[in-house]
Design a protein around this ligand. Structure first.
Ligand SMILES: *Cc1c(COP(=O)(O)O)cnc(C)c1O
Length: 383
């Protein structure tokens, strides 16, 4: 029987019963760049840390276990992971991509990948006909669910069926729900991406990224690519992410509880025009997310009535910080138009529903009374 997810966040079954680390409960940080060979033609299993390092390897195995993959790759950032992923393809390949992606992913695709002659078709994957967009050279479908920032929910297993029928890879950026709430590989995806900077690290103190796969040939190719391109996560940062993952479950549950309360509070404010949170029964993706995930997460996007009010909120929050990023223990609020999605062309932004009055909040684990008190003060002060 597979162990529960909270247990798997703490214990790597295959590492149990080994005594070589003096019984250390915390996995050691192997702060070494290279390794002595026991003899000519021999290896301890580690030759050089760009290829692999024991601390990074331990983290990769923990993450592969959490996502149900056969292997995981720990990179220096989420964007390094997506950049490495795109090395799997060749010039002329075509991708069907969710239109409302994290802004950095769109920037990568449009400004870096296109020079490799990659072609992209952007769709609202929660609604549009994916099959109709498939071309002869289509190789993969790339989605986020829920999307950043508009919280659109796509049906992973329905898209996986289309991908399988047409021999396409399904790639899912699972950053927003983390493996604690959602496991795309178990729903038919081939590759999962994470910004480990967010919920996995969880403390707004470390950057990291992951690729997880359940496909043998992709795993082999990625092992070659990570050793060759060299953006593997450092031993110390690997240890920080390992430490973050130990509390993934309790952080996800607590921040979700806060998010439910905040979404409910926002809905009752007269200046709030719309709240995008998939935990709300009226959210168009509510039933789909209930079917494919174990929770709704702690990200809330909302529109206020005017741009002026949006800017005043950002300037007046104190304990809640106006900052990029998400998924940490501290509550953060940001302004997609000029921050996370500044490089997305304005017409695309508006088409996706990101307006100058759109704010995105990542609920942390503070006491809910303090969060609501601060939001009340700020909203009451608006002119
Ligand atoms: C932040 C983020 C990324 C990029 O990750 P970094 O660690 O910042 O490079 C990718 N996808 C999503 C959904 C994100 O939120």
């Amino acid at each position: 029987m597979e162990r529960g997810i909270n247990t798997r966040c703490l214990h790597l079954e295959e590492a149990e019963g080994k005594t070589e680390n003096y019984g250390a409960i915390s996995f050691p940080i192997y702060q070494t760049a290279t390794y002595a060979h026991p003899g000519v033609g021999m290896s301890t299993g580690y030759d050089y840390s760009r290829l692999q390092n024991p601390t990074r390897e331990h983290l990769e195995k923990v993450l592969a276990g959490l996502e149900g993959g056969i292997d995981a790759f720990a990179l220096s950032t989420g964007m390094a992971a997506i950049t490495l992923l795109m090395e799997l393809f060749k010039p002329g390949d075509h991708f069907i991509v969710e239109a409302d992606l994290y802004g950095g992913s769109i920037r990568l695709f449009d400004n870096v990948c296109k020079k490799n002659n990659y072609e992209f078709t952007y769709l609202d994957c929660s609604r549009d006909d994916i099959e109709a967009a498939i071309q002869e050279n289509t190789k993969a479908v790339y989605i986020e669910t829920p999307t950043n920032p508009m919280m659109n929910v796509s049906d992973i297993s329905a898209i996986a069926k289309i991908a399988e029928k047409h021999n396409l890879l399904l790639i899912v950026d699972n950053t927003f729900l983390s493996p604690y709430f959602q496991n795309p590989l178990k729903l038919g995806a081939d590759i999962v991406i994470h910004s480990g900077t967010k919920f996995l690290g969880g403390h707004n103190d470390t950057s990291a990224g992951f690729i997880v796969t359940n496909r043998e040939e992709i795993k082999e190719r990625l092992r070659f690519l990570i050793k060759t391109t060299g953006a593997g996560l450092s031993p110390f940062d690997s240890w920080l992410i390992l430490r973050g993952i130990k509390t993934l479950g309790i952080r996800m549950e607590r921040s979700q509880e806060n998010a439910v309360r905040i979404a409910d509070w926002l809905k009752r404010q007269s200046i709030v025009k719309k709240v995008y949170y998939p935990g709300l029964p009226e959210h168009p993706g509510h039933e789909v997310i209930k079917k494919q995930a174990r929770g709704f997460g702690s990200m809330i996007t909302f529109n206020v009535d005017t741009k002026e009010h949006a800017l005043q909120i950002l300037e007046r929050v104190k304990m809640i910080k106006f900052a990029e990023s998400l998924g940490g223990v501290e509550t953060l609020i940001t302004y997609p138009t000029t921050q996370t999605h500044a490089d997305v062309p304005e017409e695309v932004r508006l088409k996706n529903g990101i307006t100058s009055a759109t704010l995105r909040l990542s609920a942390g684990i503070e006491d809910i009374e303090d969060l609501l008190a601060e939001l009340s003060d700020v909203f009451q002060s608006l002119v």
